[in-house]
Each structure stands twice: as C-alpha cells, then as structure tokens.
Design a protein around this ligand. Sequence first.
Ligand code: SF4
Ligand code: SF4
Ligand code: SF4
Length: 168
Amino acid sequence: MHGSVSRAELIRGRMMPAREVLRPPHSLPENAFLDQCDRCDKCLTACPTHVIRHDAAGFPRLEFGSASCTFCSACAEACPTGALSQDHADVWNVMAHIKGNCLSFNGITCRACDENCEEGAIRFRLMTHGRSLPLVDETRCTGCGACAVICPNDAIDMRQTQAQEAVP
Ligand code: SF4
Ligand code: SF4
Ligand code: SF4
C-alpha cells in the first residue's frame, strides 16, 4: 500500500501506526498478528535467507543485519495459523532509511548500497567538500534490505514508514 495516511484516519481507527518491529511480508496488522501467531517457528525454519529471527517475546521479526528478504513467500506458505498469509493484503510498506553515519555523506567514497540494489533505488547527490548525499527513491525501494546488509558502516535502517490498514 502506498499513499499518505491522514491523522483523521488514524483517529477514526481505520489505520494503525507503522510498526516498530518488522514482521515478515504478508503479515496481518500488528494486533491481529500477535493474536494469530502461536510462535511455532515454522516461518523461521522455512525462510531460505534466515532473515527471520525472534523478537524479545519469541514472535518472528525481520533482522537485516546479515540477510535480506527475497519476497519468496515461503514464510507465508509455511504459516499454519494465518498470521502470515498471501490471502490477505500485504501491509509491508518497508523501505531503506540512510542515517547520518553514511560514509559517503561524511566525505568517504562509498557506493556499496547503490551497487547492491537491484532496483536502482539509490542515487547520490553531490555536495561540497567531497561529500555525497544518498537518496532512496520510495517508488523503487522494495524494502528488501540488500543495501543494509552490504553497508560497511551500519548506516541503513529498514523501517515501515507508513501506517498499515486495520483489520476490518
Ligand atoms: S518472504 Fe522469503 S526471504 Fe522474505 S522473510 Fe519470508 S521466507 Fe524469508
Ligand atoms: S553503503 Fe552505507 S556507507 Fe556506503 S554509501 Fe551506502 S549508506 Fe553510505
Ligand atoms: S531496501 Fe532493497 S530496493 Fe530498497 S534501496 Fe535497499 S537494496 Fe534497494
């Protein structure tokens, strides 16, 4: 889902704030997800890239420190409870956010994220003093996390940036 969500929509309860913990693709909105998921670990076992880890309570979360998501849907296919399912609309809305410790932004030549992005979603705007500002194109970024995995300075966070639709 793309497009902005108004404060009025949030107040009316039609939308829920963006997640702080990222769940696998095709997850239910957060409260429904926590209700449905029985922490069976079948999604963790099914994930070929091992990007699914446990959160503090044992629910599956995505950690992009050393792995990315290929959107293969193996996790949703393995889920027995419907907490993850291709049958309901995805509420993914995840994209890369580049932080101030980016090497390029601080005058050290680096294009690793750009080179590892198959979507061509990252470009650089030249600045003064040999610095370059990395910009993520939200229309191209899929939220796969490949850039975060390759970044040598841990300068990329993956975040859900928009509100998600509430369960009807
Ligand atoms: S879609 Fe595939 S790669 Fe992504 S979290 Fe699910 S099983 Fe892992
Ligand atoms: S890989 Fe990391 S340090 Fe390098 S340009 Fe991209 S965000 Fe900056
Ligand atoms: S999350 Fe994936 S698509 Fe988005 S900028 Fe990073 S590598 Fe490119």
